[in-house]
Design a protein around this ligand. Structure first.
Ligand SMILES: [Zn+2]
Length: 302
């Protein structure tokens, strides 16, 4: 037998063995992978849902007059958008009236075409519209309408407020607030119980981010749907956002001192610690990225 086929044959037989042994086990040793996608009604609401596809999430609101959808979350996987629509259609046949982008990053907003074809009006912050017009990204639909500081969408008895609370993780983030439910959908600028990731801080706006968190906390809400699932699928709380603000305030003060001592970027990026936050998720792996970004701000003015 040709070596390739020998390998294939042995791979098949070991697969069968693995499959049999897995079948025989009553207690699997590794946790099952979560399903590719899931749609969940938010507890305590009549019509607010979270659509998760792999590691991204999007909120949608169902009313008798139509559906308000948010991020298509289909970057590099157009099937996520069509799955999203299929999931909505299991709940309602009402028309999809609006598609609202949380900010301009493709991993959240690529894949709007099927929603546009279904008749949705696409809305984003004005800076998101400007950026997307300049970028002309593949599979990214340019918003039809732009929001500056605030807009309220009224549909079928539901109000959804769109608030711009300033530059944070991006310069185009909208906070979507359901005032009756006191729920916000806010993406990538509040890391629930975690130190922000490299991608969260990469092109972010230090100090202004703190102001944006304060402005978001000044809104009347109690639960946050995040753009990436938190452990156990939990929603965010005001305490999460207050903790993120405290972390950033202390990070900024410490990095400013380090910068004034001539320690930016190095050795601050490896030496600077914030032990009072060491209980946060990903503290060890992400802290240096945060120090690096804030060093850029305080040390170089960028
Ligand atoms: Zn983002």
């Amino acid at each position: 037998m040709h070596p390739c086929c020998l390998f294939a044959a042995s791979a098949v037989s070991s697969f069968v063995l693995v499959a049999q042994s897995a079948h025989a086990q009553t207690q699997p040793t590794t946790p099952a992978q979560p399903p590719m996608f899931a749609t969940t009604k938010v507890e305590g609401t009549d019509n607010v849902y979270v659509f998760r596809y792999q590691n991204h999430q999007s909120m949608f609101v169902v009313t008798p007059a139509g559906v308000i959808v948010t991020d298509p979350i289909s970057y590099g996987r157009p099937q996520a958008a069509t799955t999203y629509i299929d999931e909505i259609r299991k709940i309602t046949q009402a028309p999809i009236r609006y598609l609202i982008y949380s900010h301009h990053h493709y991993d959240h907003i690529a894949g709007g075409k099927p929603f546009k074809e279904a008749g949705a009006v696409i809305i984003a912050h004005k800076r998101a519209k400007e950026r997307l017009e300049a970028l002309q990204g593949l599979d990214v639909v340019i918003p039809d309408e732009a929001v500056d500081e605030k807009r309220t969408i009224e549909l079928g008895g539901t109000a959804l407020q769109l608030h711009y609370t300033g530059r944070n993780h991006s310069d185009s983030s909208l906070v979507m607030l359901l005032p009756k439910e006191r729920i916000i959908f806010a993406v990538d600028f509040n890391s629930l119980g975690a130190v922000p990731s490299r991608l969260a801080v990469n092109d972010s706006y230090p100090v202004e981010w703190e102001v944006s968190l304060k402005r978001t906390l000044a809104l009347d809400w109690e639960r946050q749907i995040p753009g990436h699932p938190a452990p156990g699928g939990r929603l965010g709380t005001r305490q999460d956002m207050e903790q993120q603000l405290a972390f950033m305030t202390d990070l900024s003060a410490e990095v400013k001192k380090a910068s004034e001592g001539g320690k930016c970027f190095s050795p601050a990026d490896t030496e600077l610690k914030l032990p009072q936050y060491s209980q946060l998720q990903n503290y060890e792996q992400n802290l240096s990225w945060n120090v690096h970004r804030w060093c850029g701000y305080w040390g170089r003015g960028i």
